[in-house]
Write a protein that binds this ligand. Structure first.
Ligand SMILES: Nc1nc2c(ncn2[C@@H]2O[C@H](COP(=O)(O)OP(=O)(O)O)[C@@H](O)[C@H]2O)c(=O)[nH]1
Ligand SMILES: [Mg+2]
Length: 322
């Protein structure tokens, strides 16, 4: 970081509303900068300000309309006067940008709005990956004054679940003919959502998809007396319909979570995951085992594949070999 860009100054400027300072700080997080412990200590002192944030995760298969819906949500939150940050994360890609370009174009309508911050983020080869970087970025954005942080996942797979875990409210988005019941069950999305949205409600089959989804959700454990009944909403992000209702349902979920202590529990869980991820990374680094060193690992993997050794012996060899 060049002179004049000391972390405390960047944080001050970011809190003053300087979008470039916010961007610089998010880059530190994305890059796994050695300045992160300093940043984290500063942000801890601002946690009282960060507490009221609402972190909303949006997840679902590519093409269902997450980015379009995110953009519509931004518009809705902005008209209510909230400051909104969007973090689009792609767990499958080591590069930011690229595939996200289309999203950025779609978000262009918000580009000149100082109350909106939009950033695509990739893991860039850092040890803990996005599972670790996302909560840090979210805490940063909450601490510098954003009221709502929308986290959109771009890739598919298990890491999507990790990213969803970073949110206070998880919205699972499906589209008619794409996320039909069985597919939804297969993808494991029935476990992770707090709210379900059938987007592209302007298309045929949206009612059917919503009905099917409700049925699937009813098969799961029933909410207790103080439980949250997971709603299935319909939106047309393209036409802007149903988006206000989604914002209202999100506020309801946030209130419910606050009232019942679910929010505290979830955030504590999130903090625990983060501590474990950082501790694990430290252990690995301190061991000098260099688990990220490709060639030795490749060699051992080939031996496991051929049966020359087994995974347990290979793991011991990798640790012994430093
Ligand atoms: N008909 C219709 N198309 C939509 C709607 N929302 C998004 N789309 C279109 O669906 C495609 C994928 O949308 P996108 O937001 O990129 O999906 P993502 O991959 O989930 O982020 C784009 O061509 C959108 O214009 C909707 O509500 N109705
Ligand atoms: Mg998208």
């Amino acid at each position: 970081v060049p002179a004049g860009d000391a972390v405390p100054e960047l944080v001050d400027r970011a809190r003053g509303g300087d979008p470039r300072a916010v961007a610089r700080l998010v880059t530190l997080v994305e890059d796994g900068s050695p300045q992160l412990p300093e940043l984290a200590a500063l942000l801890a002192g601002l946690s009282a300000d960060a507490e009221r944030v609402h972190v909303v995760g949006l997840t679902g298969a590519p093409g269902v309309g997450k980015s379009t819906l995110t953009s519509a949500l931004v518009g809705c939150y902005r008209s209510a006067g909230s400051r909104v940050a969007v973090v689009a994360v792609d767990p499958s890609s080591p590069f930011s940008g690229g595939a996200l370009l289309g999203d950025r174009v779609r978000m262009q309508q918000h580009a000149t709005d100082g109350g909106v911050f939009i950033r695509s983020m990739a893991a860039r080869g850092r040890l803990g990956g996005l599972a670790e970087a996302t909560p840090q970025a979210v805490r940063l954005l909450a601490s510098v004054g954003f009221d709502v942080v929308l986290v959109e996942t771009v890739g598919v797979g298990q890491s999507e679940v990790d990213v969803a875990a970073a949110a206070d409210s998880v919205v699972v988005v499906v589209a008619p003919g794409m996320g039909d019941g069985v597919q939804a069950a297969k993808a494991g999305i029935l476990e992770i959502g707090d709210l379900y949205v059938v987007n592209k409600a302007d298309r045929d089959g949206a009612d059917m998809a919503a009905r099917e989804l409700r049925q699937m959700l009813r098969l799961g454990p029933a909410p207790g007396p103080d439980g949250w009944e997971r709603p299935v909403l319909r939106t047309s992000a393209a036409e802007g319909t149903g988006v206000g209702e989604l914002v209202a349902a999100l506020a309801e979920h946030r209130d419910w979570a606050d009232r019942t202590g679910a929010l505290t529990t979830r955030r504590r869980r999130r903090a625990a995951d983060e501590v474990v991820a950082l501790a694990t990374a430290r252990l690995v680094a301190a061991s000098g085992a260099g688990l990220d060193r490709g060639s030795r690992l490749e060699e051992l993997a080939e031996q496991v594949r051929t049966g020359a050794t087994d995974a347990y012996r290979a793991a011991a060899a990798l640790l012994a070999d430093r």
